[in-house]
Design a protein around this ligand. Sequence first.
Ligand SMILES: [Fe+2]
Length: 507
Amino acid sequence: MIIRAVPRRRLLQGAASLCFAPSFLRFALAADVPRFALGIASGQPQPSGMVLWTRITGADLPDQIEVTWELARDDAFKQIAARGVETAQAAWAHSVHAEPSGLEPGRRYWYRFTAMGQQSPAGRTATAPAADANASLNFAIASCQRWDAGHFAAWRHMAQEDLDVVMFLGDYIYEYSSRPDVIRRHEGLVANTLDSYRARYATYKSDPALQAAHASAPWLLVWDDHEVDNDYANLQSQTLEVNFEQRRAAAYQAYWEHMPFPKSARPRGADMRITGRLDWGSLARIHLLDDRQYRDPQACPKAGRGGAATVMQKACAELTDPKRTLLGFEQEQWLANGWDSTRPWNLVAQQTLMARYSWRDPSNGDGLYWTDGWDGYSASRNRLLGTVSDKKLKGVVVLGGDVHSNYVADLKANFDDDKSPVVATEFCGTSITSTALPQDRINAARRFNPHVHYGRGDQRGYMRFALDAKQLQVQLRVLDDVMNINSNISTAAQFRVEAARPGAMPV
Ligand SMILES: [Fe+2]
């Protein structure tokens, strides 16, 4: 429910009825239980609104809780632009997804919640610019924040950046149990039920640095595999477990409950649409893709299993089978029909490395490929990049994560042909914490992949971008030590891309 421009008298009446509701008395003794222990968040910025998120916490919650939200033009909340009341329900983990509307485009706002006699911390958010507005875009990409692999120092630094948008590209949680010797343990065993996924999100969202990053800017989010199960593909799990559809439904529900997605995105059974599109003024169209929910199973798996393998091209004809798809044919078509030739940039926010990365010399069919990424679905990749080439789009930039490494690459219509033109640019960002392959293996394969300009698996952090109509500037922000909660961060490398010419140039 949205209430705009509420007269002060009505607001006070509302507050009074909240305070004296009989249900409130039952919780009077629990006044010291934090009700906003998982922080707040905002996301999905549009020219006229965005989604404001929180989840009410405590072991003693009733089925329904009234939660008031406020959105202000200033950080002191003197100029209220909108306010409303939402009902947090136990059936949806007492999550709140408020959707203010009718706001000014291209503007910063501040928001906070009130429930059960407590007020949340305040967060900063923003609307997107109007579709025809001249705009710039400062944003960052991040992914893969495995709790037990390190501290979230990167988020503390991200919260200090002056960003319009944070794009999170998958692996918000990891479903695994933790070994005893890790720096901080996941609670419980493998997450595979609604309760255990909810508990896992609660663990991650208890982190103050992650909360600060959420409170600093609106986020755009896509998921990858670990929000459900390592290497799952559509309705097939890595271990070919029965009832995987039920597990996926539980995982998707918990994901929606904990992320700033609108009510319209609430999952139905094991389906939730995260695919989406956002225009950022006259500057860029942002496409958000889902590479998990609709994909074909990975090619040539190990016997009796699903999931990824690393296989020789000549031993696995499925790798190049045009009948296989990573995005699902419907989503492929949606993207093919949705490229924007009027704006200088198309940003593709998706999960994993799109550039071909062969682990051996790929001549004579001897290429060696990891089947979970785009290399396992090369016909799907060729269709996508072929459309970019056919439409003569210049400013296509693919953003990714998943491989826990910083890769900067040129994307080509045909990676096996040296003369094939560069059609797009790729920035695949490293993990917040999760560990990668040894650097010497990445180095050893670099010469087989000359379109890759940068490849580092030994860096943790995020990529920061400044986009205007002429160029994209990129900084690879890298922690000194992911195991140090107070780690410093620095810029390991910088690149730029010109809107008129695809391809990454070192700065
Ligand atoms: Fe990951």
